[in-house]
Design a protein around this ligand. Structure first.
Ligand code: SF4
Length: 320
């Protein structure tokens, strides 16, 4: 049986591409990439596993490392609207998929990309760049738009029947939804597993991280999803928004703050704990606590400080 590797984000397009290839009697092994930016938690991973089980294909998760993070910092082809480096990201994933396909002796690789569905990253020029950068020129099959693209090696060698592939083009998702109905696909994820690199708020925090930390880690990128973030010079302050976030922050390196005698957040202060930074972190802790008075006692490191709640105008200036 012919084996093929398909990139799988959990989204409808990649699932439809898998179904089309499966229909041709090909053994599909879906590759899903995980990072702090997408398919990050176990819940999302499980959803993808469930989809694979429902639609009877194997799934392989590949964890992306700091090399991916470095690419996000400085992508050769630039960022999209936010910090999403979609062209470089696709090429990066395809390179990894190529190595995996070689390892398992798969005959070809395919994706669920649709020509012109995303004006910046899925136009003909971008598709060609991605293919070239990944070292897959003429070898990457896009089953959903294949009829509008040049014949690939998999079609020339008759691993797949080009006539049974599609010629989708453009932003309308109607044909995909019709196809989903035909294939009895009821559940699917948002494309890219809800990639946070496309979110403005997350991108602002990531830019701040890249600016202030020379060698950021994956853990740093992960922590950007936890709490409210504030920047004052070299100090970074993160204030938890709920119990789960407070627990995460309590485990981090740095000074931790909590309001005394009232419910409230755990606050993390990183960078040199100067007197001013401590006062600022304490006043933020006070502001987000349940304390009714303006003056609040805040504990940190077996010490106590009494501060006024920070004013809203000041919050606006330091919130990332
Ligand atoms: S949306 Fe995110 S996961 Fe998808 S290609 Fe762009 S950067 Fe990569």
């Amino acid at each position: 049986m012919i084996k093929a590797v398909g990139l799988f984000s959990g989204g409808l397009d990649s699932l439809l591409a898998i179904k089309l290839i499966q229909k041709q009697g090909i053994d599909v092994i879906a590759v899903a990439f995980r990072s702090p930016f997408f398919i990050a938690n176990q819940e999302k991973k499980k959803k993808l596993e469930k989809t694979a089980k429902t639609h009877k294909f194997k799934i392989k998760f590949i964890e992306l490392g700091t090399d991916y993070l470095n690419m996000v910092k400085k992508p050769k082809h630039g960022h999209g609207k936010n910090m999403n480096p979609c062209i470089d990201c696709h090429a990066f994933m395809l390179k990894k998929a190529k190595a995996y396909a070689k390892k398992i002796k798969a005959k070809f690789i395919f994706t669920g990309e649709v020509l012109n569905e995303r004006p910046m990253s899925q136009n003909r020029g971008s598709l060609n760049i991605v293919e070239k950068e990944a070292g897959l020129k003429g070898k990457l099959l896009r089953p959903l738009s294949a009829k509008l693209l040049k014949e690939t090696e998999a079609e020339k060698k008759a691993y797949v029947d080009r006539n049974k592939l599609l010629g989708l083009n453009g932003r309308s998702r109607k044909p995909q939804f019709a196809l989903a109905k035909k294939f009895k696909i009821k559940k699917f994820e948002t494309p890219g597993g809800g990639c946070v690199l496309t979110y403005e708020a997350y991108s602002n925090k990531l830019r701040d991280l890249f600016k202030h930390k020379k060698i950021p880690s994956l853990e740093d990128a992960k922590l950007l999803k936890t709490g409210r973030h504030f920047r004052k010079g070299k100090n970074k302050i993160i204030v938890g928004r709920n119990h789960e976030e407070n627990k995460i922050l309590a485990k981090q390196k740095g000074l931790k703050f909590e309001a005394k005698g009232v419910m409230g957040p755990t606050t993390l202060l990183t960078g040199k704990p100067t007197k001013k930074a401590i006062e600022l972190a304490a006043s933020l802790t006070a502001r987000y606590s349940d304390a009714e008075e303006d003056k609040v006692a805040v504990k940190y490191n077996n010490k106590e400080i009494i501060v006024n709640k920070i004013k809203e105008e000041k919050i606006k200036k330091i919130r990332i």
